[in-house]
Design a protein around this ligand. Structure first.
Ligand SMILES: Cc1cc2nc3c(=O)[nH]c(=O)nc-3n(C[C@H](O)[C@H](O)[C@H](O)COP(=O)(O)OP(=O)(O)OC[C@H]3O[C@@H](n4cnc5c(N)ncnc54)[C@H](O)[C@@H]3O)c2cc1C
Length: 487
């Protein structure tokens, strides 16, 4: 049986495996999908997760629950040697191993692309993973708790200032969603007022959201301005050291904005893991493919190798793509994956492949509860109807009814009950509460009888806090364990 190896289980990888399960006959091929994460992330929902409208777990799709005929491996592919058709798979625990394959599908996606701006790597957070979105949500909530205890002043301002870098779709969506979230939160914080919250978005270009018309982008700018959210166009982040954002305008003037939450959404780049492969890459680091999604080099098709999604430079046959290639988005990734699965099965059966061609359907964005924009060609919708279109489209596009219902459930719950504003920030240190009071073994004291050794203080506790209030292991043994043994 031919072995198909799918590298990556995100949008493109998950759909490739899912559709291969559908198209392959019993015993026709064996599919293995490898991803370091046990789930596919529905990235278009990340802004709504960050804003507390969707529960983090509901925006991801478990691989093992939905891929019943695929062998799922939760590990990283760290090397591919297509010349010998072997991939090196490195798990989080245990030894790496080499996996041989007959056909390979590369779908390792993209990662946040940053520039060497001082402070960004240490202070900012991206928005590519569910963990980042959940952390942003908790950070906002925790900062509101902290700010509510502080008098007006620079420290409180810093906690209530959000800076988003990048005015593309993802940046504007998260910026607008977080503004909506913060405005909602103020109802629960009588200590804080609207004027205490500050939202700044930094965009190097002279406009936002290149996917929509200039007119629609102006409407978005006006909408944000009316909600107290400032967009700095033709401005670059010069430094974020110590959380102090230095915004450099076109005229070289510098504005300084201290912030405790800097979200970086200024672009993505092909996953650098492709450098550990022998596949041909184009100048932007993506794998070169031809329109039927087979990998190509200067000599022609690289046999038995496929790629799609953000990691691949897929020619856009409609002529609409940037530089002649499909733009990296979910709309393409999911359709390319479906075509790729069909083509791969066709090749196994000795049939002809079909080129990938997809006319852009348009773009739809949620800008906070009740507001959105939709653009398809010259047709644009703004406000409440567009927001409805955003939720309708993405609600249906979420893979599997099991996940659709969970997300729709969150929306219905949110409508009747409001957002859930409990922060679980302490899950970053989940053992802290237990550790603070945990009894520890007595330290071994040379040449002294053990009975006189004092119980060890818990970590972070003063020495006299260790003993009297809680039973030590020694006491447990004498009072409880001994009688049980005696029985
Ligand atoms: C905030 C945000 C909002 C967005 N909104 C929209 C939208 O509204 N509409 C739209 O069309 N698009 C949207 N996109 C873009 C869209 O989500 C991506 O284009 C799409 O996810 C690309 O799919 P992919 O499978 O190529 O990559 P991904 O979905 O990123 O999947 C890549 C997978 O590869 C795995 N991987 C990484 N390294 C390895 C390795 N070494 N070995 C094995 N596996 C590996 C990753 O864990 C991941 O699961 C948005 C993106 C973001 C970040």
């Amino acid at each position: 049986m031919p072995k198909i190896l799918v590298v990556g289980g995100g949008y493109a990888g998950f759909y490739t495996a899912w559709k291969l399960e559908k198209h392959l006959r019993q015993g026709e091929a064996e599919v293995t999908m490898v991803d370091p994460l046990p789930y596919m992330t529905y990235q278009p929902f990340l802004p709504e997760v960050a804003a507390g409208s969707i529960e983090p777990r509901h925006a991801v799709v478990s691989h093992r629950r939905h891929l019943k005929k695929t062998r799922v491996v939760t590990a990283k592919v760290t090397k591919v040697d297509h010349a010998t058709k072997t991939a090196t798979i490195t798990p989080a625990e245990g030894e790496a191993w080499e996996e041989s394959y007959d056909q390979i599908v590369m779908t390792a996606g993209a990662v946040s692309r940053t520039f060497p701006i001082p402070g960004v790597a240490d202070e900012a957070i991206g928005l590519k993973t569910i963990e980042e979105a959940a952390a942003i949500r908790d950070k906002i909530l925790t900062n509101f708790h902290k700010a509510a205890n502080l008098p007006a002043g620079p420290e409180r301002d810093r906690l209530l200032t959000v800076v988003v870098v990048g005015g593309g779709f993802a940046g504007i969506e998260v910026f607008a969603e977080l503004r909506s979230f913060a405005s909602d939160l103020l109802k629960s914080y009588p200590e804080l007022s609207f004027d205490d919250t500050h939202f700044h978005l930094v965009e190097a270009m002279g406009r936002i959201m290149p996917e929509v018309s200039l007119e629609t982008s102006h409407w978005v700018l006006e909408n944000l301005a009316s909600r107290g959210a400032v967009v700095h166009l033709e401005t670059q982040l010069a430094s974020a050291e110590g959380g102090i954002c230095q915004l450099k305008a076109k005229d070289d003037s510098i504005e300084t904005i201290p912030s405790d939450l800097i979200v970086w959404t200024a672009g993505v780049m092909a996953n650098p893991m492709v450098k550990g492969t022998d596949f041909p890459l184009e100048q932007r680091g993506r794998i070169r493919v031809q329109p039927d999604l087979r990998v190509v080099d200067d000599e022609g098709v690289v046999a038995d190798a496929w790629a799609c999604g953000d990691v691949a430079a897929v020619p856009d046959l409609t002529g609409g793509g940037v530089g002649g290639f499909c733009v990296p988005n979910a709309q393409h990734a999911v359709r390319q994956a479906k075509q790729l699965a069909k083509n791969l099965v066709a090749v196994i059966r000795g049939e002809a492949t079909t080129d990938y061609k997809h006319e852009n359907l348009g773009a739809v964005a949620g800008l906070g509860l009740g507001t959105g924009v939709f653009q398809s060609g010259k047709f644009a919708m703004k406000g409440f109807l567009a927001w409805g279109a955003h939720r309708g489209y993405h609600g249906l596009a979420m893979p599997s009814w099991e996940r659709k219902w969970r997300v729709i459930g969150d929306w219905v719950g949110g409508f009747f009950l409001g957002r859930d504003i409990a922060s679980l920030d302490d899950r970053e240190t989940p053992r802290a509460a237990f550790e603070a009071f945990a009894s520890r073994p007595k330290p071994a004291v040379a040449d002294e009888p053990k009975a006189v050794a004092a119980p060890a203080p818990a970590e972070g506790q003063p020495a006299d806090a260790a003993g009297p209030a809680y039973a030590t292991p020694a006491e447990d043994v004498s009072k409880d364990a001994a009688p049980v043994d005696a029985k």
